[in-house]
Design a protein around this ligand. Structure first.
Ligand SMILES: [Zn+2]
Length: 115
């Protein structure tokens, strides 16, 4: 699991494995006052911090606006587009199916089908 830290220029950089504990420690130190402010129980272990980061949230390790870390989560694959055959005879992605007085149609046939 790759941790990332942010620089003051907004760029993200990977945290080396030997640096991880430094940042996690810093986060845990802040938990006792930070967690109640956001309405949750303070985390006390590295495992909890990692689980929290795995949800895609960021955590502050210092007061600077950019002093946050996050996990480099793998990008979610795009869901396959569902194709639908319209009454006009064309097959188009479900989101572009249009409904007309004579049935469903693709955007191109919409005017013809609406007659
Ligand atoms: Zn069509």
């Amino acid at each position: 699991m790759q941790l990332l830290k942010q620089y003051s220029n907004g760029m993200w950089d990977s945290i080396k494995p030997e640096e991880e504990d430094y940042y996690i420690e810093a986060i845990l130190k802040r938990e006792s006052w930070f967690a109640p402010r956001v309405g949750r129980e303070p985390m006390t272990t590295k495992e909890q911090v990692m689980e929290y980061l795995k949800t895609g949230k960021k955590l502050d390790y210092d007061d600077e606006w950019y002093a946050v870390i996050k996990i480099d989560l793998p990008k979610k694959p795009m869901p396959p587009v569902e194709m639908v055959k319209c009454d006009c005879g064309h097959t188009v992605p479900k989101c572009s199916v249009m409904s007309t007085s004579t049935g469903t149609s693709c955007p191109e046939c919409y005017d013809r089908m609406s007659m």
